[in-house]
Design a protein around this ligand. Structure first.
Ligand code: SF4
Length: 346
């Protein structure tokens, strides 16, 4: 149900300070309320114990506190946890906790559905309904942190924006959520532990560089041949490899930080020598690393994981050219939590 009152968590600290000033109270009350909302994560105004009863009633008359709700939770045999998260208007997104020996990673969503049309991805089949608000992204991280402590006895160590949606198509809210995740009044996490993964929106990559962000950037490349990339990701007709290359050079020039290229090898699509050579050429433009991701078919269609020999051919060639390469095994396959599988099946 949508409330007519405004969500108080959509206000910045400055706006909260201004609100208190406007009602004749001290601006620092805004800081106190901000801390209750973000650091302490309270759900009810009455829990703000250092705020007077009258002020709490005043806040309640004007605002609501919206929080996401984990609607259902599935646990994989490999320790992966998938949350179906209900938003205040009843829409659902998914987020995943991926534990490994060294780290526990939250994979979070940034949109309900997706604006883009990657052919291999289950989310692309859901219409984009809306962008997530900063608090809805933040709450996914908090929920996964709690699950990490509960099921794996350790706090969350990393975050990737690789769930449902294209994060750079919800630029402002994604950056605001990261600001809260990294701020002392929020979760106090280092931006170095956060990776924003984009399908490659050149204009927004340049904007990230201009905005001086401190988190890591990953690009879902999947092919360095224009025609093949268009076949896999039709939006690449508008966001060409030439523009992508130029934006990545701009990113590196401004940030001096390398980029990770996410890459899936599909049978009969990009498992050729020509495709490998094109990737090697693309990798020479700026310092980078290639992350080859194991694919989980979403149906019996054209996108099927290539055999190991094809993946080995990529690894051997990249290593010969001294390009760092890692292979990421798929996690949470039995609960449809693996890469490209998030589709609100529940
Ligand atoms: S891979 Fe990412 S950008 Fe592409 S359709 Fe899926 S969610 Fe959207």
């Amino acid at each position: 149900m949508t409330s007519e009152k405004k969500d108080i968590r959509s206000l910045s600290k400055e706006e909260l300070r201004a609100f208190f000033e406007s009602i004749g109270d001290k601006p620092f009350r805004g800081n106190q309320v901000y801390e209750w909302l973000w650091n302490k994560g309270i759900h009810k105004f009455e829990d703000m114990t250092n705020i007077s009863k009258e002020t709490r009633a005043h806040l309640e008359a004007h605002y609501v506190i919206n929080h996401i709700k984990v609607d259902s939770l599935q646990r994989s045999s490999d320790g992966t946890v998938k949350n179906a998260v209900k938003l205040h208007d009843g829409l659902i997104v998914e987020s995943v906790l991926i534990p490994t020996k060294k780290r526990t990673t939250a994979c979070v969503s940034s949109q309900v559905g997706c604006s883009l049309d990657c052919k291999f991805c289950a989310t692309s089949r859901l219409k984009r309904m809306r962008n997530l608000n900063p608090d809805e992204i933040y709450d996914q991280v908090v929920a996964i942190d709690q699950e990490s402590r509960l099921y794996h006895d350790k706090p969350l160590s990393n975050i990737v924006f690789m769930g449902m949606g294209e994060p750079l198509m919800n630029y402002k809210n994604v950056l605001e959520s990261i600001e809260k995740i990294t701020s002392e009044e929020g979760l106090g996490m280092s931006p170095k532990r956060i990776t924003v993964s984009t399908s490659g929106v050149p204009k927004m990559i340049k904007k990230l560089a201009d905005d001086g962000v401190k988190f890591h950037l990953a690009v879902s490349l999947h092919s360095a041949i224009q025609a093949t990339r268009e076949q896999i990701m039709p939006f690449a007709k508008s966001f060409t490899l030439t523009d992508l290359k130029e934006s990545l050079e701009y990113w590196y020039e401004k940030t001096n930080r390398k980029v990770t290229y996410e890459y899936i090898v599909w049978d009969g699509i990009n498992d050729t020598t020509e495709a490998i050579e094109a990737l090697v050429t693309f990798c020479k433009y700026i310092p980078c690393k290639v992350n080859i991701i194991e694919y989980n078919p979403i149906d019996d269609g054209e996108f099927q994981q290539a055999p190991n020999t094809a993946i080995d051919a990529y690894i051997n060639t990249l290593e010969r050219y001294k390009i760092p390469v890692t292979v990421r095994r798929s996690r949470g396959k039995d609960i449809d939590a693996a890469c490209g599988q998030l589709a609100n099946k529940s």
